[in-house]
Structure formats: structure tokens, C-alpha cells
Design a protein around this ligand. Structure first.
Ligand code: PLP
Length: 358
């Protein structure tokens, strides 16, 4: 009889994190950018590839890429940690500051990977609850921090999957609540560019906080898997001690670095997505649905009189794929839709109208 190695007991019952990749005409389920970078990016990258020394390990410190990202924020490269998507940024944070015998607090409903990575890194995840309108409830933060003194506290603003943006002073309040606990505040700003406020300016040598961002949403580079955080230099140093050596390949470093030269195109795309978000949400107000406010490139909604699963299936039949969050805790019957191109958004609106026969 063959023996099977057993998965760690604390992981054995976990389901993986999946978003179905279904073949449809309009894919609005994973909050990607609707279009690729300009063709000039492809050309510049193709030319630069010729200079890669494929027989050599890449620049371990990703010097150029970190310096160029830092320039966008008026920060030095030493305040930048770069990894394979912001998921790897979050994982490295928990490998470094979480782990066995340590705790991380999340406020649900929020980005499911915070809890998932917590569990994978053997960090004990403490679940607090958001307020009824999905804003961060500071009394609840205080309760959780007082009770558990978490080593890591996650905020997510704009929050996924609700889209809600916390007011700028929420970060200050959470830092105040955490003061004296030696905890690290992680502000996940994967959708930060679509919102009007950010915590990046609050990063400082004596502030126990990091802000993570990604190339996946605004930079049209989900395929590359590239994310980063801005934080105090000493925290960045600790993260580099833990992450695998040469974790960021030469091709990716180059792609990220060249993409940054196309910041005008990126800024224009963000502006367009924000105005499309306003247009689509305004049109939703004529339909029998509830829509939550959003500062991201997606929004959450639910039909007054139709089950979320049925609405999701109806949209699939119109070849429109959105994220089905209908069975997630506290999101009963809710769906999340990404803002796409104007044509994709129109297809979505027509499909919702048809399915609801509104
Ligand atoms: C809030 C949030 N953080 C982080 C990520 C991870 O992004 P990536 O690993 O593509 O950078 C996502 C992706 O959906 C997200 O929604």
C-alpha cells in the first residue's frame, strides 16, 4: 500500500482561493485593467530583452525598479520592497512579522487572501467585523487590539470586495489604537490609485505601517505578477532577509521598469475607469438593485428580488462573467463587477437589465 504524506493538520480542511476562469465574451470578475499597455511598451520591452544576461541571476535588490517606483512617490529605493504580486508582498510580511505563535487581525468582509495567507503561514487569524455599511468600525478595531494585541493588523482601502474607502484619518486612529502594542499596520491599497486618498504620505521611519500596492490593477500588468510596498527602511530590510533570494526575475524587473515610463497612459486609464465607474453606477440606480459606494475599479451590488446565484448565472448566459460573492459571509446575494471598457460595461448593463427584465 502506498503511503500519502499528510498535509499540515491546520491546513487540511482549507479550500483554495479560486476565481473561476470561464470562457465568456466579457470578463469582469478579477478587477484587472480592461486594456493592455500601449504598443510602444511591447516594442520597448522587446528591445530591452536583448540585454538580459540569461545565464546570470537577476539583480537581487531590483535596484532600478525600486528606484523608479520610489520616484513616483518621492521615496528612496530603500523604502520599497518589491515582489511577485502584492500577494507575495503580504505573504512576506506574514512570514516576517506573523507566523507560528503570532496573530494577524482582519476585518471582514475583506480581501480573502489576508486570512488565507495568514493560515498558510501558520499565523493565527483574528476576525473582526466591519460596520453594517462595511466601513471599518474603530470600536471594533479597539476591541480586537485590546483583547489580542495582534502582531499584524490589516486594513484594506478601497476594500475588496465591498469597494468602500475609509476616511483618511482612519489610518491615524488605527495607529493610535495600536500604539504600545508593537504591532504592524498593513494598509492594502491594491486599488489605491482609483481612490482620492492614500496612506502613502503617512509612511515614516517611526511609523509602524506599510502600504502595499500592485501593478495588476492600474498598470495593466496582472500577467506579470508584480507588487510592492512602501514602508520604513528597517522594515524593508527585514523583509529582504526573509524573501527567497533572486525572487524577482530579470524579465519582470525590466517589464515593471519600462511600464513606469508609460505613467501618462496609466494615469489616463485610471481617470477613464473612474469616470466609467461613475457612469455605470449612475445607470444602475435606474434598476431594482442595491449598489454600494466604491472608490475602486469595481463595485458591489445585489438585486432587490433575485437570488445572487440566479443573477450570476443569468449574466453568464449573456456571456458576462462577474464575481459571485453571493454565498460569502455577510454578502448574501451580492455580486462584484469590475469596470471594463465602455463596450464591456454596456454589455454588462444590458445583460443585468435583461436578466432582471427591468
Ligand atoms: C485587496 C487586494 N490586495 C491584493 C491583491 C493581490 O494582487 P496581486 O497579487 O495581483 O498584486 C488583490 C487582488 O485581487 C486585492 O484585491
Amino acid at each position: 500500500m502506498t503511503s500519502r504524506p499528510q498535509v499540515r493538520a491546520d491546513l487540511a480542511l482549507r479550500a483554495g482561493y479560486h476565481s473561476p476562469q470561464i470562457d465568456v465574451d466579457v470578463r469582469l470578475n478579477t478587477n484587472e485593467a480592461p486594456t493592455s499597455l500601449p504598443e510602444a511598451f511591447d516594442a520597448a520591452l522587446a528591445e530591452a530583452i536583448a540585454d538580459i544576461a540569461w545565464n546570470r541571476y537577476p539583480d537581487r535588490a531590483a535596484t532600478e525598479l525600486r528606484a523608479k517606483i520610489g520616484d513616483r512617490y518621492g521615496r528612496s529605493a530603500d523604502e520599497l520592497f518589491v515582489a511577485n504580486g502584492s500577494n507575495e508582498v503580504l505573504q512576506t510580511i506574514l512570514l516576517t512579522f506573523g507566523g507560528a505563535g503570532r496573530t494577524a487581525a482582519v476585518f471582514e468582509p475583506t480581501y480573502a487572501m489576508h486570512g488565507q495567507i495568514g493560515k498558510a503561514t501558520a499565523t493565527t487569524v483574528i476576525e473582526g467585523a466591519r460596520a453594517d455599511d462595511f466601513s471599518l468600525d474603530l470600536d471594533e478595531v479597539e476591541r480586537i487590539v485590546d483583547q489580542h494585541q495582534p502582531h499584524v493588523v490589516f486594513m484594506c482601502t478601497p476594500n475588496n470586495p465591498t469597494g468602500v474607502v475609509d476616511p483618511p484619518d482612519t489610518v491615524d486612529r488605527v495607529l493610535e489604537i495600536m500604539s504600545g502594542t508593537n504591532g504592524l499596520l498593513v494598509v492594502d491599497e491594491a486599488y489605491g490609485q482609483f481612490a482620492e486618498t492614500s496612506a502613502v504620505d503617512k509612511v515614516g521611519a517611526d511609523v509602524p505601517m506599510v502600504v502595499s500596492r500592485t501593478f495588476s490593477k492600474t498598470w495593466s500588468m496582472a500577467a506579470a505578477r508584480l507588487g510592492y510596498l512602501i514602508g520604513p527602511e528597517w522594515i524593508v530590510d527585514e523583509l529582504y532577509k526573509v524573501v527567497l533570494p533572486y525572487h524577482l526575475d530579470a524579465f519582470k524587473q525590466l517589464a515593471g521598469s519600462i511600464a513606469l515610463d508609460f505613467h501618462d497612459a496609466m494615469d489616463a486609464q485610471v481617470e477613464k475607469i473612474v469616470s466609467e465607474r461613475q457612469r455605470v453606477m449612475a445607470q444602475m440606480s435606474d434598476l431594482p438593485v442595491e449598489v454600494w459606494p466604491s472608490g475602486a475599479n469595481f463595485f458591489l451590488f445585489k438585486a432587490h428580488d433575485m437570488a445572487g446565484d440566479d443573477l450570476w448565472q443569468g449574466l453568464i448566459e449573456h456571456s458576462v462573467l462577474v464575481r459571485n460573492t453571493a454565498n460569502w459571509p455577510r454578502l448574501e446575494n451580492c455580486l462584484r463587477v469590475t469596470i471594463g471598457t465602455p463596450e464591456e460595461n454596456d454589455a454588462f448593463l444590458v445583460a443585468v437589465r435583461n436578466v432582471l427584465q427591468a
